[in-house]
Design a protein around this ligand. Structure first.
Ligand SMILES: CSCCC(=O)/C(O)=C/O
Ligand SMILES: [Fe+2]
Ligand code: NI
Length: 182
């Protein structure tokens, strides 16, 4: 299984760092992943294709580091509180690194280490949280389909229709979750 190729352990989490080896795990929980070249411009062909195919017309940058982000400590605390969104969370790491913790099918944390060039899409309704790695800095491109909504809905959200839809897709053995990447 490809999961075993990239799975280690890190302070009580399952820990994923070789992200390209993990298509089956990502597929299982509905996460999409690409590795791109961050030295190439915004108009880079592969990025442009992903944006066109998935309708990501909105784009901005977020620099998460102590000197650059207002209310850094408070924001990091919020990012690290388990939550979901009603839309996809799409992040492309241009500099630095950080950890996305996501819940697997058994509701266990899996830690995904994103570094320069990693682009990840968390599906709407998945429980997750984010924190910085030891470098204490990450520069991200944020993408969105339509007008961006960054609202975090903290767990529990079992009555939220988007959460219910996600859980339904997760538990439906036949359908599985959409996988367009790799
Ligand atoms: C890692 S991007 C900034 C934090 C954020 O928007 C979020 O929702 C983290 O899960
Ligand atoms: Fe989030
Ligand atoms: Ni910085």
């Amino acid at each position: 299984r490809c999961l075993e190729a990239g799975l280690g352990s890190c302070i009580g989490h399952n820990f994923l760092s070789n992200l390209q080896y993990l298509p089956c795990f990502f597929s299982e929980i509905g996460v999409l992943y690409w590795h791109l070249d961050p030295k190439k411009s915004e108009s880079e062909e592969e990025l442009a294709k992903i944006r066109k195919d998935r309708g990501y017309n909105y784009m901005d940058y977020l620099d998460i580091c102590p000197g650059k982000l207002a209310n850094f400590e408070e924001k990091l605390k919020n990012f690290f509180t388990e939550h979901m969104h009603a839309d996809e969370e799409i992040r492309y790491c241009l500099e630095g690194g950080g950890y996305f913790d996501v819940r697997d099918k058994d509701d266990k944390w899996v830690r995904i280490w994103i570094k320069e060039g990693d682009m990840i899409v968390l599906p709407a309704g998945i429980y997750h949280r984010f924190t910085l790695d030891a470098a204490n800095h990450v520069k991200l491109m944020r993408l969105f389909l339509g007008e961006p909504v960054w609202t975090a809905h903290n767990r529990p959200q079992e009555d939220h229709p988007v959460r219910q839809e996600y859980v339904k897709r997760l538990t439906d053995d036949n359908a599985g979750l959409a996988l367009a990447a790799h």
